[in-house]
Write a protein that binds this ligand. Structure first.
Ligand code: ACM
Length: 514
């Protein structure tokens, strides 16, 4: 991101001889109402920031952009009289050589500041009033560190960029077959063993999942609980809630390599070096495994103040359940007709624990409803057991009928349709225009149904992005398209203007498209 900073500095220095005063193409995500006046005002020479909850944040940001924060146009923070702003809305008024940010919430004030920072990059603006609030309350970016550990500085830099784009959920994929990345005090082997692997399958000449080339270098890394606390606090300051994901019952190889006793086959295994969908799966019929899962979720819950825990639930292969006597007995005892029922039964118990003991809500990928969406599931029946209605469905795969079924069953839902929102997909598969065109609410939904769709997520799956540079290349600029989709009303979206804003504010990212 250093180069990004340099870009901003160059822009600030150039302001006097290259002035544009059109805020329309310098705001991203685009605000929902802008009223422009005729008079202009220069914001680039300095802002005199008065005291307020985010004053020091604003001053730091101005400093980064070489703008004094103790002289010039006065910035004041006030309560708003508008009762339509909701939890995240704000007003920003630039008038009579003064800027007022009005809001009734911490988040709203913060977003008003983000808009102001973008206006200062423009230098000279027309006097204006902005009245703004998001279309969706869930605007998420997911980072998969199960595959590759990136570390605190990368996470913080991504959180900073999310904040500038008014995104508010960091979905942190912390465990997978290829690695366990969060310290759990009660089960130290999860990180002593599960956070390390001997090698990694690598993208070789465009071959990914079929590649037979391995790096031959060990990979390791995990977050201590102190690291997690530091990042949670950092995110909170940016109005970003972290939703941790602990994958179960599948994507469990790193956990089972650490503690084979919790798997459906107790064969010792190593943390796999090949990516893809493993067969290793927790044993849902073992009380020891259930206790383990509850213990892990308890420590996770204590670390993350947010009220949602994501349990994955995707791509579970049932083969090892089919040869497990405990699972057979469990099915008989609980009259479970098929293996999808076993997954729903298991997931409902986890949901119940998260609700009643931890006082939170469970979220999972849409397979948790018990519908088979995969080629290896062709022989499996769909579940007859109903998923707990409280579960939040994270839609990613399958026809839109799956999304509709979830809504009809009363679930809240986040739309992360992989065809539109997966950042590991190439720019040929999802170009910027396609990313921008995503509508989290498909056609034909009533207003009430649409209200169950909390918003959208975009996912940076990590198998083929071992370094920070590759993560950034895949993430930026597409993340901006999802940010605007999450914030700006459909009627106010405009791809041409979005591209122009992207160019003026984040030129560096656009170069990633090449
Ligand atoms: C997923 O992409 N397996 C949720």
């Amino acid at each position: 991101m250093k180069r990004l900073l340099l870009f901003f500095l160059i822009i600030s220095c150039n302001q006097s001889n290259d002035i544009s005063i059109d805020p329309e193409t310098h705001l991203l995500p685009y605000p929902n109402q802008i009223f422009l006046q005729k008079k202009t005002i220069n914001l680039g020479k300095g802002l005199n920031v008065s005291n307020g909850i985010y004053s020091s944040y604003l001053k730091d940001q101005l400093l980064l952009n070489n703008i004094p924060s103790n002289k010039g146009v006065k910035v004041i923070f006030k309560k708003s009289k508008l009762d339509t702003l909701g939890d995240e809305g704000y007003q920003l008024v630039v008038k009579n050589n003064k800027i007022s940010i009005l809001s009734n919430t911490k988040a709203g004030t913060f977003y008003g500041i983000q808009t102001l920072i973008q206006l200062t990059k423009l230098g000279v603006v027309q006097e204006l009033e902005i009245i703004d609030k998001p279309r969706f309350k869930w605007r998420a970016y997911m980072l998969d560190e199960g595959r590759y550990f990136q570390g605190k500085e990368v996470v913080k830099s991504l959180l900073n960029e999310m904040a500038h784009l008014k995104m508010n959920v960091f979905h942190w994929h912390l465990t997978d077959d290829a690695g366990w990345r969060i310290e759990i005090k009660k089960y130290p082997l999860l990180t002593q063993i599960g956070s390390k692997r001997d090698s990694s399958q690598i993208n070789y000449q465009g071959k990914k999942w079929d590649s037979e080339v391995y790096e031959g270098i060990p990979h390791k890394g995990f977050y201590t609980q102190d690291d997690i606390k530091e990042i949670v606090a950092y995110a909170e300051n940016l109005n970003i809630r972290i939703v941790p994901e602990i994958a179960m019952p599948g994507h469990a190889s790193a956990a089972v390599a650490s503690y084979p006793i919790f798997g459906s086959s107790t064969q010792p295994i190593k943390v796999p070096v090949k990516f893809g969908i493993g067969e290793v799966i927790f044993n849902p019929a073992s009380p020891k495994t259930i206790t383990f899962i509850q213990d892990v979720l308890k420590e996770v819950s204590d670390l993350f103040p947010g009220d949602i825990i994501h349990i994955g639930g995707d791509e579970a292969k049932y083969d090892l359940w089919k040869t497990n006597d405990d699972v057979r007995s469990l099915m008989k005892k609980n009259q479970l007709e098929n293996y999808s029922d076993v997954q729903v039964y298991f997931t409902n118990n986890v949901s119940d624990y998260i609700n009643t003991v931890l006082g939170k809500r469970m979220m999972g990928w849409n397979e948790i409803m018990g519908n088979n969406l995969h080629y290896w599931g062709d022989d499996e029946d769909n579940a007859t057991t109903k998923l707990s209605e409280d579960a939040i469905i994270h839609f990613w795969k399958g026809g839109l009928d799956n999304l509709k079924t979830a809504i009809d069953a009363g679930h809240d839902l986040v739309n992360s349709d992989h065809n539109y929102t997966y950042l590991d997909y190439t720019y040929e598969q999802i170009d910027l225009n396609k990313a921008y065109s995503f509508n989290p609410i498909p056609d034909g939904f009533t207003k009430e149904e649409a209200e169950q769709i909390l918003g959208l997520g975009t996912q940076m799956w990590g198998e083929w992005t071992p370094t920070e540079k590759e993560v950034y290349r895949q993430t930026f600029p597409r993340i901006a398209a999802y940010a605007e989709t999450g914030w700006t009303l459909t009627k106010n979206k405009n791809y041409k203007r979005f591209k122009a804003s992207l160019t003026s504010l984040f030129k560096e990212w656009e170069e990633n498209l090449d």
